[in-house]
Design a protein around this ligand. Structure first.
Ligand SMILES: *Cc1c(COP(=O)(O)O)cnc(C)c1O
Length: 359
């Protein structure tokens, strides 16, 4: 029996993908072995990795002049690797601070480059995206870094920043594949897989090829994007099983109608929850309506002494991982691609019932 898992990550995976992985566990396509046991340089695994990349390129319509890298270390490692790989002869970069994950990116980058915070939402407790006309961008910056979906605060960009000649670098960990994205507007898109792609252990980097080859000499080879690109992400052993599962997720997304179909479902799922939050005084969401995340929806009970009872009742109704991040408190529902509409319907029904009996 499956429960509704609202975890921010590692997060719910499509049931069909898990069934398929189970069927193929002991003997992948007559190879007599599990994908976990395959050489990453053997023809079976190369086929799996190539298909995963091809399907991802189809899903996101990634232009040919972009490299897709399957790496390790998570988005947290990339926060350090971005300045290492992109600074070149420059000394600084612009960062937009929209919350907890932006702050972590800034903290890491500061170890390697001069960080200029070009805009910040701290004045309103990170409940909005600062509008572009308030950004103080530096023409000499090596890049502009944004976190396009703040997983903890539940703030999402619903527009693409304009950065002119300066490459735009986006941490899309928690909303990649949830909506259409014009890859060509970005220099680099990156994210950990465990939110909306697949299992933990895989880190995705999509990088425009003219940005390669500027790594600082201290950059570890395993994390040097150019070296990895030149070696099809197989300079060293990649996270093979995570790539395989991600590939199954990509196949599932294509079968479901691709990103456009998924985006439609995600809009409907998020609207269901936000509409209810906006019509009750029992719960509330603090984010500016135009900047609300479709993937991560934080909310608070007006009477926070009911938090424990709320979570216990949810668990009893087979809904788990609704506790908010400690940085913001309250509750959070993460409703990634693999969360079915029925899960959100069940959550809203439970919230209404909890309000009726405790309000
Ligand atoms: C989860 C998350 C990260 C951290 O990813 P790790 O894989 O744990 O390093 C970074 N940025 C965002 C937006 C996230 O949601």
């Amino acid at each position: 029996m499956r429960i509704f898992n609202f975890s921010a990550g590692p997060a719910v995976l499509p049931e069909q993908v898990l069934h398929r992985a189970a069927e193929e566990m002991l003997d992948w396509h007559g190879s007599g072995m599990s994908v976990m046991e395959m050489s990453h340089r053997g023809k079976e695994f190369i086929g799996i990795a190539d298909k995963a990349q091809a399907d991802l390129r189809t899903l996101l319509a990634i232009p040919d002049n972009y490299k897709v890298l399957f790496l390790q270390g998570g988005a947290m490692a990339e926060n350090a690797l971005i300045p290492m790989n992109l600074l070149g002869k420059k000394t600084g970069a612009d960062y937009i601070n929209t919350g907890e994950w932006s702050k972590k990116s800034i903290k890491e980058a500061k170890k390697y480059c001069a960080v200029h915070v070009a805009a910040s939402a701290e004045d309103k407790n990170f409940t909005y995206v600062p509008p572009q006309d308030s950004w103080k961008l530096n023409q000499d910056a090596a890049y502009v870094h944004v976190c396009t979906n703040e997983t903890i605060g539940g703030v999402e960009y619903h527009w693409v920043p304009q950065t002119g000649e300066v490459p735009l670098v986006a941490d899309m960990s928690s909303h990649i594949l949830s909506r259409a994205v014009d890859v060509a507007r970005y220099g680099v898109i990156y994210g950990g897989a465990q939110k909306n792609i697949g299992p933990a252990g895989l880190t995705l980097v999509i990088v425009r090829d003219d940005l390669l080859g500027q790594a600082l000499p201290i950059t570890p080879s395993a994390f040097n994007w150019k070296e990895q690109a030149d070696n099809d992400s197989m300079l060293n052993t990649p996270p093979t099983y995570s790539i395989y599962i991600a590939g199954l997720v990509f196949e599932w997304l294509l079968a479901e109608g691709g990103i456009a179909a998924m985006e439609k479902k995600n809009i409907a799922k998020a609207a269901l929850l936000y509409d209810y939050l906006d019509q009750t005084g029992f719960y509330s969401n603090p984010v500016a309506p135009g900047d609300r995340s479709r993937m991560n929806i934080p909310f608070k009970l007006k009477d926070e002494s009911l938090n424990e009872a709320f979570l216990k009742g949810a668990q009893k109704n087979d809904m788990v991982q609704l506790k908010g991040h400690r940085a913001v408190g309250g509750m959070r529902a993460s409703i990634y691609n693999a969360m079915p509409l029925e899960g959100v319907q069940a959550l809203v029904a439970y919230m209404k019932e909890f309000e009726r009996t405790n309000g």
